[in-house]
Ligand binder design. Structure first.
Ligand SMILES: Cc1cc2nc3c(=O)[nH]c(=O)nc-3n(C[C@H](O)[C@H](O)[C@H](O)COP(=O)(O)OP(=O)(O)OC[C@H]3O[C@@H](n4cnc5c(N)ncnc54)[C@H](O)[C@@H]3O)c2cc1C
Length: 496
């Protein structure tokens, strides 16, 4: 195990992509084997030191920002243990980067759908945050692909949690460690919203034990090994970036594309895929006018008059490609006058360029936030589809009224976009925070969630309370104390 205490090394573990200030730690432990991860936890526990588990540091909520104590970095736990093409399963250590894993899987003609845009994320971090991304529109979040987790608790006990093996009895969940020690958890009495959602612990009567740890943001245990489910790669993809001249145009286009996709999927599951060929987008991603302006220098072929854009991807094969392209052209033509300016990508190289364009918008946004030296103020709320436009208009009205500079992009297929506000001084930051809070309350009033994919971390703690109330947060804390009695793991994340 490597131990680092020099200031230069410590610095790079005190932040994440949220730009949250105030991180501090007295040492970094870097286990080189899973067994050393257990030893690192035991060492911290015996010294009573707070523990922050570090993955790739791409999180957007300050969850990885340590508030004192020790950082345990998973960077050397970076083995892809197996990829089994026959059973469509892979086993990885938590420090494997999403980029390395996606590359290894794709080389074998396989698909791991979770793809939260920033491939520098570590696999353990994506599980701890239940990350999503563009393909979540078709395939769901990381949770849907996690089959088994090996977890170490601060007392050094090992849990092996396999999907389908351990279920809560009503609202009591009993976990049995490999040693035989048991932990009995009372599940908080909350109702999670029925949409894409990543705020607080996943708890539900009769739930599968594995789901508690997915999205627990490093507060319940250290993930030491992950088994995931894979799919076969589709034969081919067609993709496009379509520009629109009005927000109404883009909203109507998205609504029709979403409804068509859901209908195609419902038909396919009813008849095993023998039904008529239909639109089934695997990604529907939005960029507002300001997002387009933001990357215009790098992409000068964005039409000057464009009010917004949508990037879509559709899986095709030899048999379906012609019909599906016709269906997409017909749908696009109904809602945009910029048909000739659309970017279509048929080859893998062109599609990669569109993905780079998608990545460039958030990457440049977070870079600008760092340059401005301000904390990230970016929405991650989602609401039921029927209320998305109401929330969207609420965002733009609030930010305009406050004279705030912002850009909006993200996963419009899931009625979930990120509005990021740029502030350049403390007074603007205060106004941005107040406007943001009004947006949180509006999303909750519309039946939504405070976080659809980034999690709560340290910067969204108060909003979790807005969502569930103080009594439910106390129930979350009681649950955590069973597994982490001294409250060492992820101090400051989710709980004050
Ligand atoms: C440009 C950009 C675009 C992004 N786009 C998306 C997007 O589209 N969708 C999306 O969902 N996210 C997105 N993100 C957020 C980010 O990529 C994810 O939150 C990421 O999954 C976190 O992984 P990480 O390894 O970087 O975790 P870190 O930031 O290192 O840690 C995050 C949390 O996970 C915990 N953790 C890490 N490893 C472990 C472990 N082994 N055991 C227990 N806990 C652990 C940490 O303690 C911390 O609480 C984006 C980020 C950037 C910078």
């Amino acid at each position: 195990m490597l131990v680092k205490t020099d200031q230069d090394t410590l610095q790079s573990y005190l932040s994440d992509a949220s730009n949250m200030p105030g991180g501090s730690a007295d040492r970094i432990l870097i286990p080189e084997t899973q067994e050393e991860l257990r030893e690192a936890l035991l060492q911290c526990a015996s010294e009573g030191k707070a523990i922050t588990i570090a993955g790739g540091g791409t999180g957007l909520t300050g969850a990885r920002v340590p508030l004192g104590g020790t950082v345990i970095s998973t960077e050397r736990l970076n083995k892809i243990i197996s990829i089994d093409e026959a059973t469509l399963r892979a086993v990885v250590e938590p420090g494997v980067s999403l980029r390395d894993f996606q590359t290894a899987v794709e080389e074998r003609g396989l698909l791991y759908p979770p793809d939260p845009t920033e491939r520098a994320a570590a696999m353990g971090g994506t599980v701890a945050c239940n990350s999503s991304g563009a393909r979540t529109f078709k395939y769901g979040a990381t949770r849907a692909f996690i089959e088994r987790l090996r977890i170490f608790l601060p007392d050094g006990e090992e849990l092996q949690v396999r999907r389908g093996e351990t279920f809560a009895s009503g609202s009591t969940l009993t976990l049995r460690a490999v040693s035989g020690k048991t932990y009995t958890l009372a599940l908080p009495q909350i109702t999670m919203p029925a949409m894409k959602h990543a705020a607080g612990y996943f708890v539900k009567s009769g739930m599968d034990a594995i789901d508690l740890f997915i999205g627990s943001e490093g507060t319940l245990g250290a993930i030491a090994e992950i088994e995931v489910r894979l799919l076969r790669q589709p034969e081919r993809i067609v993709a496009g970036v379509i520009f629109f001249d009005s927000v109404d145009g883009v909203m109507n286009f998205v609504q029709e594309a979403r409804e068509a996709s859901l209908k195609t999927r419902a038909n396919a599951s009813a008849d095993g895929g023998t039904s008529e060929i239909g639109i089934d987008s695997r990604a529907l991603e939005y960029f507002d006018r300001f997002a387009l302006d933001f990357v215009r220098d790098e992409y000068p072929n964005i039409p000057q008059e464009a009010a917004a854009a949508v990037w879509f991807e559709q899986e095709v094969n030899d048999e379906t490609e012609g019909t599906l392209l016709e269906l997409w052209y017909e749908l696009i033509g109904k809602y945009t006058p910029f048909m000739d300016e659309a970017w279509f990508a048929i080859t893998e190289k062109d599609q990669e360029e569109l993905r780079e364009f998608r990545h460039a918008v958030p990457a440049k946004t977070y870079e600008r936030i760092r340059e401005l030296n301000q904390r990230k103020i970016g929405t991650d709320m989602a609401v039921p589809d029927a209320h998305f436009r109401t929330l969207y208009d609420f965002y733009t009205t609030e930010f305009t009224k406050e004279g705030l500079q912002y850009i909006i992009f993200g996963h419009i297929g899931n009625s979930h976009v990120h509005a990021n506000i740029f502030t350049s001084n403390a007074e603007e930051l205060d106004r941005a925070k107040a406007a943001y809070h009004r947006c949180v309350l509006k999303a909750l009033e519309l039946g939504g969630t405070i976080s659809a994919e980034h999690g709560v971390g340290k910067i969204k703690r108060d909003y979790l309370r807005d969502m569930y109330g103080a009594a439910a947060i106390e129930q979350f804390a009681v649950l955590k104390r069973v597994l982490d009695p001294a409250g060492l793991l992820g101090r400051g994340t989710m709980f004050a």
